[in-house]
Design a protein around this ligand. Structure first.
Ligand code: ATP
Ligand code: MG
Length: 565
């Protein structure tokens, strides 16, 4: 491509409302332009990158045996009512009406449409397994669209859906997709982790998210230093400490803590480490209040707590009036010792091995010191209640956990028969009996990958594309070409030669001075830059520099070509 014939529209100014590097750089390079909140146009430059990602995704999906389809974005309300999601999906679902007043939504995902397709197309187990995928625009009316295409309202997704006669077959395809995702993100040159994700009611190993590691990521992930264990922080198991609970050593003693309510205040006031305190929160249970106890330096994990049988499927803190009515004490002074019998006490594994601890006194303005489980405080049951922290033992027994931030770029999920049942999608098995199909779904945020890659690969001068995503691999920058025929001809010859080799090359024939020319080429992140100058030609060399290296090298033609082999 000759840059004089391309639409490159870089800007120097740093956009004021862009909070993260990828958003700033996508605007400065002109890859995207905003049309409305969370809705963007991809410029020719941006689209070159987006298409590269799309192609890698398509190649690997095809290689894995999935079959490409293209489903409509506009989907009828009636279909969504069959699964109950017309109401349940909530505010992210953009609902629209046609001229006859019929209602539709703009597809945020395609389980309904693909299952409707499958129930018409698939009749016999002999047609299974099958995996349909598409690469298509989705719309989700996100509450807070932000960070450009990272969390957009309109975005490009690859979504795949597989159909099976048995759960075993589904598990095999799940592994096949998991492996294909690994190949996709590896080919794209991204540093990523596959992490166990929350599956709500389904449980087990039925869902993984693929997370690109970046400090700006919205998700926290826990991974082991000693194995490939990785999970969402919400999901990661906090294992029981290896050492048993010591025997009580101190007597129970009530102490005055007139204004000290938080763990920080109480531990500072009494001179006791937070890890030697028990933090108690009262939450709404299925039947009355429930007490959840964690160590003072730990935090209750809402996702884990919501799954406790004693809770109504979500974690709702009890309000002050309910707490006072049940305990006669105000929040801040509640503890497990001498708590009314009607309140179950669920204790986190780490809190359960404490002895002689500090906790609320169940009397305004007091705490207990020297409290001990069983002797002073009831334990209804011990459970995994807390968020893991750095340094916790890895649940698989190998190494310790670290916490990192990630950007979710892919998600694989064993759905089971939820959608097929709701839409009555069945096939006949070999005995001629109708069976509801098993389903898996597999998403990749194609447009989000572009932003995630920039988060991981940039410096002060701009984007540093991993080669497979770069808009062009090589840029040729002639110095003073207008005044120097030799330079112009050498640049043209090199451009022709590299193009003939099938290398994507950009010739900067705009006639800019070296400073602004190099600034643009660096900003847009071209992996290899070749400078053609009078001085170099006199010495028989080109000045070559990789975007991810800091020094220039003078290379002759053969050495230069070897860089792209
Ligand atoms: P998130 O937790 O980030 O909201 P999600 O769990 O809702 O994502 P899925 O329904 O699993 O997302 O969609 C598949 C993929 O689509 C995600 O892994 C993500 O990469 C991408 N994606 C989801 N929402 C957006 C969005 N608003 N903008 C860009 N990409 C998105
Ligand atoms: Mg997800």
């Amino acid at each position: 491509m000759r840059l004089s014939r391309f639409h490159l529209a870089t800007v120097k100014e740093v956009p004021a409302d862009a909070e993260i590097a990828s958003h700033r750089l996508m605007l400065r390079t002109g890859m995207i332009r905003k049309l409305a909140a969370g809705i963007y146009t991809w410029s020719p430059l941006g689209l070159r990158v987006l298409s590269k990602v799309e192609n890698v995704v398509r190649e690997e999906m095809n290689r894995a045996g999935a079959l490409e389809v293209l489903m409509p974005s506009i989907q009828p309300k009636e279909l969504w009512e069959e699964t109950g999601r017309w109401e349940k999906f909530g505010g992210q679902l953009l609902k629209i009406r046609d001229r006859k007043d019929a209602e539709y939504c703009y597809g945020p995902t395609h389980e309904e449409v693909v299952t409707d397709f499958a129930r018409q197309e698939l009749r016999s187990y002999k047609q299974l397994p099958v995996n349909f995928y598409q690469i298509q625009t989705k719309f989700r009316d996100e509450i807070r669209p932000r960070f450009g295409v990272m969390r957009a309202r309109e975005f490009l997704m690859k979504d795949a859906y597989s159909f099976h006669l048995t759960a075993d077959c589904l598990a095999r395809e799940y592994q096949n997709m998991y492996d294909a995702y690994g190949r996709i993100f590896t080919r794209l040159g991204l540093r990523f982790r596959a992490v166990q994700a929350d599956t709500g009611a389904i449980g087990g190993n039925a869902s993984h998210e693929f997370q690109v590691l970046a400090d700006s990521g919205e998700d926290a992930i826990a991974f082991s230093t000693g194995s490939d264990y990785a999970a969402n922080v919400e999901m990661a198991e906090a294992v029981a400490p290896a050492t048993p609970r010591p025997a009580p050593g101190a007597a129970l003693e009530r102490v005055a803590t007139p204004t000290q309510k938080t763990i920080e205040e109480v531990s500072a006031f009494l001179g006791v480490a937070p890890a030697q305190c028990v933090k108690t929160i009262l939450v709404r249970g299925v039947d009355g209040l429930v007490a959840l106890c964690v160590r003072g330096d730990h935090e209750v994990n809402e996702v884990k707590a919501a799954k406790l049988a004693e809770l109504p499927g979500e974690l709702v803190l009890a309000d002050e009036a309910a707490i006072v009515a049940a305990t006669g004490t105000r929040p801040g002074f509640i503890g497990p010792a001498s708590l009314p019998d009607a309140i179950p006490v669920i204790v986190d594994r780490s809190a359960a091995v404490l002895a002689d601890f500090v906790c609320g006194g169940n009397q305004d303005g007091t705490h207990y010191r020297g409290a001990n489980w069983e002797r002073d405080a009831r334990v209804t049951r011990i459970a995994d209640l807390r968020k893991v922290v750095e340094g916790d033992a890895s649940p698989d027994g190998h190494g310790t956990l670290r916490i990192a931030r990630g950007i979710e770029v892919g998600h694989v999920f064993q759905l089971g028969d939820t959608y097929a049942k709701a839409l009555n999608a069945t096939v006949l098995d070999d005995a001629g009996k109708a069976c509801v199909m098993q389903m898996g779904c597999y998403g990749i945020g194609v447009s989000r990958i572009v932003a995630a890659a920039i988060e991981q690969n940039h410096d002060d001068a701009g984007i540093v594309w991993p080669e497979p995503m770069a808009p062009w691999r090589v840029a040729i920058c002639p110095i003073n070409a207008a005044q120097n025929t030799q330079v112009r001809e050498a640049a043209e010859a090199l451009y022709a030669e590299l193009s003939a080799l099938g290398i994507e090359v950009l010739l900067d024939d705009r006639g800019l001075r070296p400073g602004p020319m190099f600034a643009d080429i660096e900003l847009i992140g071209i992996p290899h830059r070749i400078v053609v100058s009078e001085r170099g030609l006199a010495a028989g060399t080109f000045e070559y520099r990789r975007r991810n290296e800091s020094e220039n090298r003078s290379l002759d033609r053969d050495e230069l070509l070897r860089q792209f082999a």
